[in-house]
Design a protein around this ligand. Structure first.
Ligand code: AMP
Length: 190
Protein backbone atom coordinates (compact mmCIF):
# COMPACT_ATOMS: atom_id res chain seq x y z
CA UNK A 1 0.00 0.00 0.00
CA UNK A 2 1.32 3.46 -0.88
CA UNK A 3 -0.20 6.43 0.89
CA UNK A 4 0.00 10.15 0.22
CA UNK A 5 -1.22 13.26 2.00
CA UNK A 6 -2.06 16.30 -0.12
CA UNK A 7 -1.36 19.24 2.12
CA UNK A 8 -2.07 22.95 1.88
CA UNK A 9 -4.48 25.74 2.78
CA UNK A 10 -8.11 25.70 1.66
CA UNK A 11 -8.12 26.64 -2.02
CA UNK A 12 -4.65 25.25 -2.78
CA UNK A 13 -6.12 22.76 -5.24
CA UNK A 14 -5.76 19.64 -3.09
CA UNK A 15 -9.17 18.25 -4.04
CA UNK A 16 -8.82 18.87 -7.78
CA UNK A 17 -5.37 17.33 -7.89
CA UNK A 18 -6.23 14.42 -5.58
CA UNK A 19 -9.09 13.42 -7.89
CA UNK A 20 -6.85 13.47 -10.99
CA UNK A 21 -4.03 11.52 -9.37
CA UNK A 22 -6.38 8.99 -7.73
CA UNK A 23 -8.00 8.27 -11.12
CA UNK A 24 -4.72 7.89 -12.94
CA UNK A 25 -2.93 5.72 -10.35
CA UNK A 26 -6.01 3.83 -9.06
CA UNK A 27 -5.65 5.15 -5.54
CA UNK A 28 -8.55 5.81 -3.17
CA UNK A 29 -9.21 9.51 -2.60
CA UNK A 30 -10.34 10.33 0.92
CA UNK A 31 -11.49 13.91 1.44
CA UNK A 32 -12.63 14.52 5.01
CA UNK A 33 -14.38 17.74 3.93
CA UNK A 34 -16.43 15.85 1.32
CA UNK A 35 -17.31 13.05 3.73
CA UNK A 36 -18.50 15.66 6.23
CA UNK A 37 -20.54 17.60 3.64
CA UNK A 38 -22.29 14.38 2.57
CA UNK A 39 -22.94 13.43 6.21
CA UNK A 40 -24.40 16.89 6.87
CA UNK A 41 -26.63 16.70 3.78
CA UNK A 42 -27.89 13.23 4.79
CA UNK A 43 -28.30 14.29 8.42
CA UNK A 44 -26.42 11.27 9.74
CA UNK A 45 -25.37 11.30 13.44
CA UNK A 46 -21.87 12.41 12.34
CA UNK A 47 -23.36 15.12 10.11
CA UNK A 48 -25.58 16.45 12.87
CA UNK A 49 -22.57 16.75 15.20
CA UNK A 50 -20.24 18.22 12.57
CA UNK A 51 -22.57 20.82 11.04
CA UNK A 52 -22.06 23.59 13.60
CA UNK A 53 -18.26 23.43 13.18
CA UNK A 54 -18.15 23.21 9.38
CA UNK A 55 -20.54 26.13 8.92
CA UNK A 56 -18.38 28.37 11.09
CA UNK A 57 -15.10 27.27 9.51
CA UNK A 58 -13.99 25.62 12.76
CA UNK A 59 -12.30 22.26 12.91
CA UNK A 60 -14.53 19.31 13.75
CA UNK A 61 -13.26 17.69 17.01
CA UNK A 62 -10.31 15.35 16.52
CA UNK A 63 -12.06 12.30 18.02
CA UNK A 64 -14.89 12.46 15.48
CA UNK A 65 -12.47 12.83 12.57
CA UNK A 66 -10.14 10.06 13.74
CA UNK A 67 -13.07 7.62 14.14
CA UNK A 68 -14.34 8.59 10.71
CA UNK A 69 -10.95 7.87 9.12
CA UNK A 70 -10.58 4.58 11.00
CA UNK A 71 -13.97 3.42 9.69
CA UNK A 72 -13.05 4.42 6.15
CA UNK A 73 -9.67 2.68 6.19
CA UNK A 74 -11.26 -0.54 7.40
CA UNK A 75 -13.91 -0.52 4.70
CA UNK A 76 -11.59 -1.40 1.76
CA UNK A 77 -10.18 -4.80 0.89
CA UNK A 78 -6.59 -4.81 -0.40
CA UNK A 79 -6.44 -1.18 -1.47
CA UNK A 80 -3.48 -0.16 -3.62
CA UNK A 81 -3.14 3.03 -1.62
CA UNK A 82 -4.83 6.21 -0.48
CA UNK A 83 -4.64 9.94 -1.05
CA UNK A 84 -5.72 11.87 2.03
CA UNK A 85 -7.02 15.35 1.25
CA UNK A 86 -7.83 17.68 4.14
CA UNK A 87 -6.59 15.20 6.74
CA UNK A 88 -4.73 15.33 9.08
CA UNK A 89 -5.31 18.93 10.13
CA UNK A 90 -3.92 18.90 13.68
CA UNK A 91 -0.89 17.35 15.38
CA UNK A 92 -3.25 15.18 17.41
CA UNK A 93 -4.84 13.80 14.24
CA UNK A 94 -1.40 13.19 12.70
CA UNK A 95 -0.17 11.28 15.75
CA UNK A 96 -3.30 9.13 15.93
CA UNK A 97 -3.02 8.57 12.17
CA UNK A 98 0.58 7.32 12.42
CA UNK A 99 -0.50 4.79 15.07
CA UNK A 100 -3.50 3.67 13.03
CA UNK A 101 -1.39 3.09 9.93
CA UNK A 102 1.22 1.22 11.92
CA UNK A 103 -1.49 -1.17 13.14
CA UNK A 104 -2.37 -1.76 9.50
CA UNK A 105 1.33 -2.42 8.75
CA UNK A 106 1.61 0.59 6.53
CA UNK A 107 2.62 4.25 6.71
CA UNK A 108 2.47 7.61 4.96
CA UNK A 109 5.01 7.62 2.15
CA UNK A 110 4.90 11.27 1.13
CA UNK A 111 3.23 14.51 2.14
CA UNK A 112 2.85 16.73 -0.89
CA UNK A 113 2.58 20.36 0.13
CA UNK A 114 0.93 22.51 -2.54
CA UNK A 115 2.19 26.05 -2.00
CA UNK A 116 -0.01 28.98 -3.04
CA UNK A 117 0.32 32.63 -1.90
CA UNK A 118 -2.40 33.90 0.48
CA UNK A 119 -3.99 36.38 -1.92
CA UNK A 120 -4.28 33.76 -4.66
CA UNK A 121 -5.95 31.39 -2.19
CA UNK A 122 -8.50 34.04 -1.19
CA UNK A 123 -9.26 34.86 -4.83
CA UNK A 124 -9.74 31.18 -5.69
CA UNK A 125 -12.05 30.58 -2.74
CA UNK A 126 -14.18 33.65 -3.50
CA UNK A 127 -14.43 32.47 -7.08
CA UNK A 128 -15.36 28.93 -6.01
CA UNK A 129 -18.05 30.42 -3.75
CA UNK A 130 -19.75 31.84 -6.85
CA UNK A 131 -19.62 28.52 -8.69
CA UNK A 132 -20.26 25.90 -6.00
CA UNK A 133 -22.20 27.89 -3.40
CA UNK A 134 -20.56 26.15 -0.43
CA UNK A 135 -21.94 27.64 2.77
CA UNK A 136 -18.43 27.95 4.24
CA UNK A 137 -17.05 29.96 1.29
CA UNK A 138 -18.34 33.38 2.47
CA UNK A 139 -15.62 36.07 2.89
CA UNK A 140 -15.80 35.98 6.71
CA UNK A 141 -15.67 32.19 6.97
CA UNK A 142 -12.85 32.03 4.38
CA UNK A 143 -10.73 34.39 6.49
CA UNK A 144 -11.44 32.28 9.55
CA UNK A 145 -10.58 29.00 7.80
CA UNK A 146 -7.23 30.46 6.71
CA UNK A 147 -6.53 31.54 10.26
CA UNK A 148 -7.44 28.07 11.57
CA UNK A 149 -5.13 26.59 8.93
CA UNK A 150 -2.23 28.75 10.10
CA UNK A 151 -2.76 28.06 13.77
CA UNK A 152 -3.69 24.39 13.81
CA UNK A 153 -2.57 22.84 10.55
CA UNK A 154 0.69 24.58 9.54
CA UNK A 155 2.59 23.01 12.47
CA UNK A 156 2.23 19.72 10.57
CA UNK A 157 4.78 20.98 8.06
CA UNK A 158 7.53 20.57 10.67
CA UNK A 159 6.00 17.34 11.95
CA UNK A 160 6.37 15.71 8.53
CA UNK A 161 9.68 17.46 7.75
CA UNK A 162 11.15 15.74 10.80
CA UNK A 163 9.92 12.42 9.40
CA UNK A 164 11.61 13.27 6.05
CA UNK A 165 8.29 12.92 4.27
CA UNK A 166 7.65 16.47 3.14
CA UNK A 167 7.72 17.37 -0.58
CA UNK A 168 6.88 20.92 -1.66
CA UNK A 169 5.57 22.01 -5.02
CA UNK A 170 4.50 25.33 -6.52
CA UNK A 171 0.70 25.35 -6.69
CA UNK A 172 0.48 28.36 -9.03
CA UNK A 173 -0.13 27.50 -12.67
CA UNK A 174 -2.64 25.58 -14.74
CA UNK A 175 -4.24 22.41 -13.35
CA UNK A 176 -2.14 20.44 -15.83
CA UNK A 177 1.15 22.12 -14.80
CA UNK A 178 0.52 21.49 -11.12
CA UNK A 179 -0.53 17.91 -11.94
CA UNK A 180 2.80 17.28 -13.68
CA UNK A 181 4.74 18.60 -10.68
CA UNK A 182 2.83 16.26 -8.37
CA UNK A 183 3.34 13.29 -10.67
CA UNK A 184 7.11 13.75 -10.51
CA UNK A 185 6.86 13.01 -6.79
CA UNK A 186 4.23 10.24 -7.02
CA UNK A 187 6.34 8.44 -9.65
CA UNK A 188 9.16 8.03 -7.14
CA UNK A 189 6.87 5.75 -5.14
CA UNK A 190 4.75 3.98 -7.76
P1 AMP B 1 -12.39 21.11 3.34
O1 AMP B 1 -13.37 20.67 2.31
O2 AMP B 1 -11.21 20.20 3.46
O3 AMP B 1 -11.99 22.55 3.18
O4 AMP B 1 -13.15 21.00 4.75
C1 AMP B 1 -14.32 21.74 5.02
C2 AMP B 1 -14.57 21.80 6.52
O5 AMP B 1 -14.73 20.48 7.04
C3 AMP B 1 -13.44 22.40 7.35
O6 AMP B 1 -13.51 23.81 7.40
C4 AMP B 1 -13.72 21.77 8.73
O7 AMP B 1 -14.81 22.39 9.36
C5 AMP B 1 -14.15 20.37 8.33
N1 AMP B 1 -12.99 19.43 8.23
C6 AMP B 1 -12.55 18.80 7.11
N2 AMP B 1 -11.48 18.02 7.38
C7 AMP B 1 -11.24 18.14 8.71
C8 AMP B 1 -10.28 17.60 9.60
N3 AMP B 1 -9.32 16.77 9.17
N4 AMP B 1 -10.34 17.97 10.90
C9 AMP B 1 -11.30 18.79 11.37
N5 AMP B 1 -12.23 19.35 10.58
C10 AMP B 1 -12.22 19.04 9.27
Amino acid sequence: MVNFIFFGPPGAGKGTQAKLIADEYELIHISTGEILRTAIKNQTPLGIQAKQYVEKGELVPDELIIDMIRNRLNSYKNPKGFIFDGFPRTIKQAEAFDKMLEELNTQIHAVIRIKVPDQEVINRLLNRAKIEGRSDDTPEVIQHRLQVYRTNTEPLIDFYKKQNKLYEIDGVGTIEQVNQRIKQIINKFL
